[in-house]
Design a protein around this ligand. Structure first.
Ligand code: NAD
Length: 260
């Protein structure tokens, strides 16, 4: 364990409101590719083909979207929480977690056992499907069965509107309640921990800045550099699973020592 990991554990021990902000990088160790690493999803697909506007305006784009999304969903469905998700869940058990704000759509924080009310999903979830006309939500599996049976551009049973996975695409508005809540919690945090995010997707990438400006200790755990590393109080480069496991292990030791 290095000195930065030790420093992070001791800062968490002294903090009351820890907000963990996660991106696709926390789930790569569960076998889900991120977008921007070499071999990531954007090296296989062109993001411009999957904007919200194209989904709305062209059947061809919707068919392509459902094909890409089905491939990703098959990976997500099989994925299990990894050591990093478990370490974040352990922060909750140790009474240190205010909330998780995630850009991920894979549901793995909840699968690791975190109270779902403490997980703010900024980019929606791939585990549900939404009607864009009447806002009805569907479970994902039955819709996938319809896709497998040959429906290429599924429609709402109730109103005939377009169905889309309940995730936020480029060009689609962010969910208002979740976005407001994420900024509020970032501002109120005393330690803001970024895990596995390239910090380039807005407005999510503003959250660390908001937290830092409001006085939080800003920590980043990421495999590669981010544009906000120079603003952070500490940056740990590495794989989230092993790094967070060591930090939380040390935190547990510090908290136990405090009680004796
Ligand atoms: P990103 O792909 O832009 O960046 C991921 C970052 O994680 C990179 O900087 C990389 O260095 C780092 N990383 C990769 N593996 C890591 C590991 N094991 N440990 C530590 N760091 C690691 O991801 P983003 O910033 O989350 O933004 C991409 C968008 O893609 C988000 O909006 C998200 O909704 C979506 N997305 C989600 C999933 C998912 O739900 N698992 C997967 C792919 C994309």
């Amino acid at each position: 364990m290095d000195s930065r990991e030790r420093q992070l554990a001791s800062r968490i021990a002294r903090s009351q409101k820890v907000v963990v902000f996660t991106g696709a990088g926390i789930s790569t160790e569960s076998g889900i590719p991120d977008f921007r690493s070499p071999g990531g999803l954007w090296s296989q697909y062109n993001p411009e083909d999957f904007t919200y506007q194209r989904f709305l305006s062209s059947k061809e784009a919707r068919v392509k979207y459902w094909q890409m999304s089905t491939t990703l969903y098959e990976i997500l469905k099989k994925a299990k929480p990894n050591a990093a998700h478990r370490a974040v869940a352990e922060l909750e058990r140790l009474g240190k977690l205010d909330c998780v704000i995630t850009q991920n759509i894979d549901g793995l924080h909840q699968a690791a056992g975190i109270d779902p009310h403490k997980v703010i999903e900024l980019h929606g979830t791939a585990l549900a499907v939404k009607c864009l006309q009447c806002d009805l939500f569907y479970e994902r599996d039955p819709i996938q069965e319809r896709i497998s049976a040959g429906e290429e551009d599924p429609r709402c049973d109730t109103c005939g509107g377009l169905l889309k996975p309940a995730t936020i695409s480029f060009g689609q508005s962010m969910p208002e309640k979740e976005t407001r809540e994420a900024f509020r919690r970032a501002e109120a945090s005393d330690l803001f921990l970024v895990v596995g995010s390239s910090l380039v997707v807005q407005p999510a990438a503003s959250l660390p800045l908001v937290a830092k400006e409001a006085g939080a200790f800003l920590a980043i755990v990421n495999r590669d550099p981010t544009p906000q590393d120079s603003l952070a109080d500490t940056v740990i480069y590495g794989n989230a699973g092993p790094v967070l496991s060591r930090v939380v292990e040390d935190l547990r030791r510090l908290l136990e020592a405090d009680q004796t």
